[in-house]
Design a protein around this ligand. Structure first.
Ligand SMILES: Cc1cc2nc3c(=O)[nH]c(=O)nc-3n(C[C@H](O)[C@H](O)[C@H](O)COP(=O)(O)OP(=O)(O)OC[C@H]3O[C@@H](n4cnc5c(N)ncnc54)[C@H](O)[C@@H]3O)c2cc1C
Length: 386
């Protein structure tokens, strides 16, 4: 008789959880993804997948480009509110150095494609994981408590996001999240006039655009504000802050549907977790190492985590695989978290003299040097043992 498949329960059907589910499924595991939300999330925002995440997807045979539609390569331009160039990284240079350019994709297209690649019945919506009990030993199994009953699992993956209830439960002494000082607005505009992939840095304010596959445009903006600040009229707020910036920003803002604008205050973990596993549970993505989005790496690191973890779980000893996962991932993800935080501080400068000095320094960096600075991120994905 064939051995019964090992069973992994994954808490959370975001990018990290769905990627882990697919990677483990392709490795021969039986998987159950428990998602608290009642159905698939329709997140009205884009996400940029950098070459490191795309390489991780290659390792499990998932073609994010095809799956998410005809994704558009994003070159990265950096500008000032008046339109002057602070820097530019060309798609051709990125492709030459990292084998491919980053891809801007609609989040829902990506998560739908991942979910569609899972076996039928693997996704349990409306199923919040409330606790994981027991079983650190080699032969044991974990009991996953959910709102709709208990499940037993050989391995549990906590992919339950930035506010991770499982992180708080298993690491009660960890200081948790800290506010970065910035909030972010995001939306996706219907297809219209073309916009380049660019980010514009002002004084304590940033505005970004990324064209998506079908002509839609992903917009995001950040501002230094007190935690919890919510404008009464979001369109008026965005027009007031960015409406006099260079073209095509004012025209893009005119096309915004205020009801479709997401706002999230930006946080990261105040300190790294002591380890990324406990017993038979491993933490991935924002649950493990929430970071500010300044490098566009939070989702990419979640993808790396998921693929590395599934690779290590190919071995027979689950607790040993989870310990190896911490060794493989903790230092890298924490370095990215710290770098994102530092980058955010520079980008959020608001004193005119500091901003002038920053902009001067940015213009002075040769294109080759700014490209090389991405090596650790874009070229940093490795499977253990490679
Ligand atoms: C403004 C902004 C821009 C960003 N841009 C980029 C970018 O360009 N590139 C990039 O790589 N990253 C980017 N990020 C970061 C990226 O969005 C996150 O790092 C990524 O979505 C994390 O994925 P995740 O799967 O870990 O968590 P999530 O996507 O948050 O998924 C967690 C899931 O767990 C579910 N859940 C929570 N609790 C439970 C429970 N108890 N039981 C079951 N389910 C539960 C939630 O409902 C949710 O579906 C950005 C973030 C922000 C805020």
């Amino acid at each position: 008789m064939p051995e019964p498949k090992r069973h992994a329960v994954i808490a959370g059907a975001g990018i990290g959880g769905l990627t882990a589910a697919l990677a483990l499924h392709r490795q021969g595991w039986r998987i159950t993804v428990c998602e608290r939300a009642a159905g698939p999330a329709a997140v009205g925002a884009g996400i940029v997948l950098a070459p490191n995440a795309l390489r991780a997807y290659d390792a499990i045979g998932f073609d994010a480009t095809r799956a998410a539609g005809r994704a558009v390569p994003a070159s990265m331009g950096l500008r000032r509110p008046g339109g002057g160039r602070l820097g530019r990284t060309d798609t051709a240079a990125l492709t030459a150095r990292y084998g491919r350019p980053p891809l801007a994709v609609h989040r829902t297209a990506l998560t739908s494609a991942l979910a569609a690649a899972l076996p039928e019945g693997a996704l349990a919506y409306g199923t919040a994981v409330t606790a994981v009990d027991g079983a650190a030993g080699a032969g044991g199994r974990a009991v996953v408590r959910t709102a709709s009953g208990n499940l037993t699992a050989d391995a549990v993956i906590a992919a339950d996001g930035i506010h991770s209830p499982l992180r708080r439960r298993h690491f009660p002494d960890h200081p948790g999240l800290r506010y970065s000082g910035e909030t972010a607005w995001r939306t996706v505009l219907p297809a219209g006039p073309a916009a380049e992939a660019a980010e514009t840095w002002g004084r304590g304010e940033r505005f970004g655009t990324a064209p998506l596959a079908d002509g839609r445009v992903y917009l995001y903006a950040t501002a230094v504000v007190p935690e919890g600040y919510r404008p009464a009229d979001v369109r008026a707020e965005l027009l007031r802050r960015y409406g006099t910036w260079h073209d095509p920003i004012p025209a893009l803002l005119e096309r915004i549907d205020p009801g479709a604008v997401l706002q999230h205050d930006l946080y990261d973990l105040a300190a790294p977790l002591p380890r990324l596993h406990d017993g038979r549970t491993a933490w991935i993505g924002d649950a493990a190492h929430a970071m500010t989005p300044n490098l566009g790496q939070g989702g990419c690191q979640a993808v790396e985590d998921a693929v590395v973890l599934a690779h290590l779980l190919g071995g027979p000893d689950v607790p040993a695989a989870l310990a190896a996962y911490t060794r493989a991932r903790l230092a890298r993800t924490d370095a990215v978290r710290i770098r994102a935080r530092r980058m955010g501080r520079v980008a959020a400068l608001s004193h005119p003299l500091a901003v002038a000095a920053r902009d001067l320094a940015l213009r002075a960096v040769p294109a080759r040097a700014s490209l090389r600075a991405l090596d650790d991120l874009f070229d940093g994905f490795r499977l253990p043992g490679e």
